[in-house]
Ligand binder design. Structure first.
Ligand code: ADP
Ligand code: MG
Length: 394
């Protein structure tokens, strides 16, 4: 059964009312630009062909009810009660965590538009997804984007995709309580077939960049290590603090405001660890710009060295890699991948490799063999295709 038909079937268990429509939004992979988002820098994600689907039916009362294939029990809230539910306070959560994503989107939409809730139609929302959770593919942005697109249409709010991305981020930050940037939501809302989104995280300006994987005979392989090392959360906070310290020492609002030419001065002013954190961000921003230029001028086969340099910088300077991620990257490269790097926050999660179509099997086998030889649990590997962002499907 496809996720779309699962959503439809789940809706039929909630209500006899015919569905008003179906919407979906994708997960994403970040091609390059890691930890640059909260430094006001550049990222280059693309939407993938794994999507979260929403089937929605209107109700006759002013209630919003959400259901997901994740959880047998639907969750119901009066529309007028949304401002009492969110923001949730630690220890006083009134809805299960998964339900805070779609209900948080409803709350954030009301907040963003100032619409009078008494004018809104009640809805039943059924959610099903084929985006793997916690694999670094942003199932969270997919559930936010699909719900936001659906409610925006049904409630006639007329927000544009960037405004809906902001709504998704507000839901994740303030309703769920996860401190994330806006990259995932922008990629999920704005994705295009066979293209990446170049995003300036300061201005939120975006440019669509052709990837041309297919024409070049290349595929993007995700190598999910399925490990999450325990210091992931603390490590993230520590890296953010180092970046803020680095910017303060250099007298700039954010590390985005530094260039490669500033690095010698930075090295003189900072301790070694802070300097290496700063060097990762500054060089990574430059690599995103170089990747965009290489894609435009020479096509995707030309970005391999930039992906490899990005991985080395995260491993050695930012120190967020893990043995499993290094093993995946090294094995993929040794088996002939054009480029490979860890992707996402680090300390586990997935790595990606750009691989010629006829080498995909060999690379997967090599990565499996390297994991087995190191005594790691088998990774989960699959290819993804750059795909369209959030949309109405029916
Ligand atoms: P990811 O890297 O996949 O985005 P997150 O921890 O940010 O990982 O988000 C995953 C969480 O999002 C899940 O634990 C769940 O609470 C929620 N979620 C994602 N997809 C769904 C879905 N289809 N149904 C219900 N909840 C979902
Ligand atoms: Mg997420």
């Amino acid at each position: 059964m496809t996720a779309a038909s699962e959503a439809r079937a789940l809706l039929a268990t909630l209500t006899r009312t015919a569905s008003s429509g179906e919407w979906s939004a994708p997960g994403r992979v970040n091609l390059i630009g890691e930890h640059t988002d909260y430094n006001d820098g550049f990222v280059l994600p693309f939407a993938i062909d794994h999507r979260t689907h929403v089937a929605l039916a209107e109700r006759t009362d002013a209630t919003i009810r959400v259901a997901s294939t994740f959880d047998a029990a639907p969750v119901e809230v009066a529309l007028s009660a949304l401002p009492d539910v969110f923001p949730q306070r630690d220890g006083h959560e009134t809805v299960p965590e998964w339900a805070a994503y779609p209900l948080g989107v409803a709350w954030a939409l009301v907040h963003a538009t100032g619409v009078d809730v008494s004018t809104l139609t009640g809805v039943d929302i059924a959610i099903a997804s084929d985006v793997p959770v916690g694999a670094g593919l942003s199932s969270s942005a997919a559930i936010e984007g699909s719900t936001a697109a659906a409610l925006n249409d049904v409630w006639g709010l007329q927000l544009d995709p960037v405004a809906l991305a902001r709504v998704g981020r507000t839901a994740e930050n303030d309703a769920v309580g996860a401190p994330t940037g806006i990259m995932d939501q922008m990629a999920s809302m704005l994705g295009r077939t066979d293209a990446a989104i170049f995003l300036d995280c300061r201005s939120l300006e975006t440019t669509i960049v052709d990837l041309g994987f297919d024409r070049a005979g290349l595929e993007l392989l995700v190598m999910d290590t399925r490990v999450s090392h325990s210091h992931a959360t603390g490590g993230y906070g520590e890296r953010r603090a180092s970046c803020e310290r680095g910017a303060e020492i250099m007298g700039v609002p954010a590390l985005r405001d530094l260039s490669l030419a500033d690095l010698p001065r930075a090295e003189q002013l900072m301790d070694d660890v802070t300097f290496r954190r700063v060097r990762h961000i500054v060089t990574e921003n430059q690599r995103v710009l170089d990747t965009v230029r290489a894609l435009e001028d020479d096509g995707p086969a030309a970005i391999g060295a930039l992906l490899v340099a990005s991985h080395a910088s995260m491993r050695d300077d930012f120190e967020i890699s893990a043995p499993e991620l290094d093993t995946a990257v090294d094995a993929a490269l040794a088996a002939g991948a054009v480029g490979a790097r860890m992707t996402g926050g680090g300390f586990g999660g997935a790595a990606i490799a750009l691989v010629a179509h006829d080498r995909v099997g060999a690379v997967k086998d090599a990565v499996d063999a390297a994991f087995a030889a190191s005594g790691f649990a088998a990774p989960v590997q699959f290819t993804v295709t750059p795909s369209q962002g959030a949309r109405r499907d029916a």
